[in-house]
Design a protein around this ligand. Structure first.
Ligand code: DER
Length: 216
């Protein structure tokens, strides 16, 4: 596994932390390792930072390594780091394999963003080549949204994300459901089209963002 590359990225990103900053922590295995590395750095050099987690998993990891966690925000974080599922040549991302896309996209509006991509396997020529686009949906509207998305001409398949260790669908930390949408080609405007559908809370299309990319 590319654990070594992820560890290296985690160490590099942890070195970026400056005393007094509030940092948005993404979710996924690379971000998880970065939180651990941040805990070490805070311990070793005695700086004080605040972490804004994007999932319960990351919140628990931050607590486990003694980092200060903020649960309610009155301003945007100073910067954030996060992984990605796909990166296309124009820097558009697909995110959300880990099911944390709602809170991930919130911190992704920070003025400085670092995307942690341990290996070239995340690079795609065409967005949507290897991963479906996750769409977070209010359960009340999921049947209508399922139908609306299925009607989109560039959609090959829509799947309700089912849980493994629980009967029924995955329920996100905000009590929503996830539709995984296989798209043949992701056009400009698809993200807005999805967001306009009643009951859609967020999509895993992260486009139009400037970010720094750190490879393994
Ligand atoms: O779910 C997400 O968007 C995560 O960032 C994820 O896709 C990246 O996870 P990884 O670091 O385990 O590859």
């Amino acid at each position: 596994s590319n654990r070594k590359e992820k560890e290296r990225i985690a160490q590099l990103v942890a070195l970026r932390a400056i005393d007094g900053e509030t940092i948005g922590a993404g979710s996924g295995s690379t971000s998880f390792l970065t939180v651990l590395a941040l805990g070490e750095r805070v311990e070793n050099v005695g700086i004080s930072i605040k972490i804004v987690p994007t999932s319960i998993e990351i919140e628990l990891a931050a607590h486990a390594v003694g980092l200060n966690v903020i649960s309610s925000l009155d301003r945007m974080v100073d910067w954030c780091f996060d992984g990605a599922d796909e990166v296309d040549p124009s820097g558009r991302l697909i995110k959300g394999r880990g099911g944390a896309l709602l809170r991930e996209k919130a911190v992704f509006r920070a003025s400085k963003k670092i995307v942690l991509v341990a290996d070239a396997s995340k690079d795609v020529k065409r967005l949507g080549e290897k991963h479906p686009v996750p769409v977070e949906v209010d359960p009340q509207w999921v049947r209508r949204v399922f139908g609306d998305i299925s009607k989109m001409s560039n959609v090959a398949e829509v799947m309700l994300r089912m849980a493994v260790n629980k009967d029924g669908p995955v329920i996100t930390e905000r009590g929503n459901l996830l539709l995984d949408v296989r798209m043949n080609k992701i056009e400009e405007g698809d993200e807005e089209r999805l967001m306009k559908m009643p009951g859609v809370c967020e999509t895993g299309i992260f486009s139009g963002f400037e970010f720094e990319r750190i490879m393994g």
